[in-house]
Design a protein around this ligand. Structure first.
Ligand code: NDP
Length: 278
């Protein structure tokens, strides 16, 4: 049982599994940096009645929660109000329990990715050709923020082609988007290749050809690993990508945006990312 700070506002990340989440460490670092009295823990909840379990946390006085796998869609469904970016994403990773008992939902994953790409790694998106591997919940969350940065086009490649096609058609800017299967790749080269497949969880890389890399291609893996290279970062380095970046920065940036929603304070993320790496 973790000690709670007396008088602190309480937050948590809820998921299943959640014990290995870095979010408590990240939010504690934010609280320390900004001198906010915040208590943040990881709470594993059963996959049964999500709404009831959330209600219990609300009754216990928590001010808000982050939501992770596999509850982001259910979190979207139970909100009283949702932000436009939560609606674009069709998923919620940040809930605010308001004073009047309402639940407000937002999605900070997309802005987490774009801030990490732009601010931390200075990767150009405008007029660039982007390839996204995967068509799951995370991709749905990052498409609108990426499109807002005006890439030349976005190709979504997925093991199940239909899911990529649905996503490519769903967004208003879909003139800029195409869907394909992994087997179709190899003709075009891309400036930025984003891996958002869950293959990473098994330490695997989707079946993609090296030919998608040009001499200046940047590879970005939503997966992160602070102890070793992720499978996709490893693949990218081996195949000669100009840069290969994992998703730790995205994790910290999405957390920073959640912290801002809850506390109204912006944090300095680079020092938190650096501390996690070391
Ligand atoms: P989903 O389960 O919604 O989607 C999984 C995707 O991966 C689908 O497109 C699926 O294809 C594909 N996939 C699964 N297994 C394989 C495989 N063996 N080979 C090829 N493709 C495969 O997951 P999410 O979108 O929520 O998450 C995707 C990844 O992004 C995870 O690794 C997650 O940890 C990471 N993530 C990181 C964040 C960060 O802050 N850094 C934030 C959010 C997510 P199909 O449709 O064919 O099943």
């Amino acid at each position: 049982m973790e000690m709670q700070t007396v008088g602190a506002d309480r937050y948590a990340v809820v998921g299943n599994p959640v014990t290995h989440s870095l979010s408590p460490q990240i939010h504690r670092a934010f609280a320390q940096q900004t001198q906010q009295l915040v208590d943040y823990s990881a709470i594993e909840i059963a996959t049964g009645d999500f709404e009831l379990q959330l209600w219990e946390l609300q009754q216990q006085g928590l001010k808000g929660v982050n939501v992770t796998v596999p509850f982001k869609r259910q979190a979207w469904e139970i909100c009283d109000q949702r932000s436009p970016r939560a609606d674009d994403a069709g998923a919620v990773n940040t809930l605010v329990f308001t004073e009047d008992g309402n639940i407000e939902g937002d999605n900070t994953d997309g802005v987490g990715l774009t801030r990490d790409l732009l601010d931390n790694h200075h990767v150009l998106i405008k007029h660039r050709k982007i390839l996204i591997l995967g068509a799951g919940g995370a991709v749905r969350g990052v498409l609108a923020p990426l499109l807002a940065l005006q890439p030349e086009n976005i190709t979504i490649a997925n093991r199940t082609l239909e899911k990529a096609e649905v996503l490519a058609e769903e967004f208003p800017n879909s003139g800029n988007m195409q869907a394909c299967s992994f087997g179709d790749l190899g003709v075009d080269k891309y400036d930025l290749i984003i891996n958002a497949t869950a293959a990473s969880l098994d330490n695997e890389v989707p079946p993609i050809p090296e030919d998608i890399l040009g001499i200046n291609s940047v590879c970005y893996d939503l997966m992160y690993n602070i102890h070793s290279l992720t499978a996709f970062v490893n693949w990218a380095q081996r195949c000669g990508a100009s840069r290969a970046i994992d998703g730790l920065g995205m994790l910290v940036e999405q957390a920073a945006e959640s912290f801002f929603i809850w506390r109204g304070v912006r944090v300095e993320t680079p020092e938190v990312i650096a501390a996690l790496r070391h």
